[in-house]
Design a binder for this molecule. Structure first.
Ligand SMILES: [Zn+2]
Length: 175
């Protein structure tokens, strides 16, 4: 499982099923799952599972396509950002330099812009390698995500056993 959305009245919860070394990789998944909630794809008590990484999956499903567009709008300001560059001209370092220069101009996070290029041109090897040039070092995204979870979860609403289970699941003792 890559990610999952559980519907609840007035919103929902998102579970990210994998870690990533660079923020842009999880930002797209998170924005896609927020899209499923915002677009009403899950109802209270129901769940929706994305088995594959939505950034990499070739979608043939209306709800998935709309969640992708929502994610793109959230992260870039447009459902289908116009990218005119030709990736064939780039290798990983030059693509990284290009998105780090173009990102601030278009107010798009450079790693996200690199993923947009990959989404358009399907040259994932170059794009993934470019991420290692964009970010100075890999980071444990799960720690940041689980810190947010720790702050946002209404622990009082859970039984002690359920709270212990969720704490262990989030590995909160290791943050
Ligand atoms: Zn999805």
């Amino acid at each position: 499982m890559h990610a999952m959305v559980v519907g609840a009245s007035g919103g929902g919860a998102i579970l990210l099923g994998r870690d990533a070394s660079y923020p842009a990789l999880l930002a797209f998944t998170l924005a896609h799952e927020i899209g499923h909630i915002a677009l009403g794809h899950v109802h209270a008590g129901n769940a929706l599972i994305d088995v594959e990484d939505p950034a990499l999956a070739l979608v043939d499903d209306e709800e998935e396509r709309r969640a992708d567009e929502y994610a793109m709008s959230l992260l870039t300001g447009a459902p289908e950002p116009e990218i005119t560059t030709e990736l064939e001209r780039y290798n990983a370092p030059t693509l990284a330099a290009a998105v780090m220069s173009a990102g601030p101009i278009h107010r798009i996070e450079p790693g996200t812009l690199a993923l947009c290029v990959g989404h358009r041109q399907r040259n994932w090897a170059v794009v993934m390698s470019a991420l290692s040039f964009i970010y100075s070092q890999p980071v444990a995204i799960w720690k940041a995500v689980n810190s947010v979870a720790r702050a946002e979860i209404d622990w009082e609403s859970m039984s002690e056993d359920d709270g212990d289970f969720v704490r262990a699941l989030l590995d909160l003792d290791d943050l």
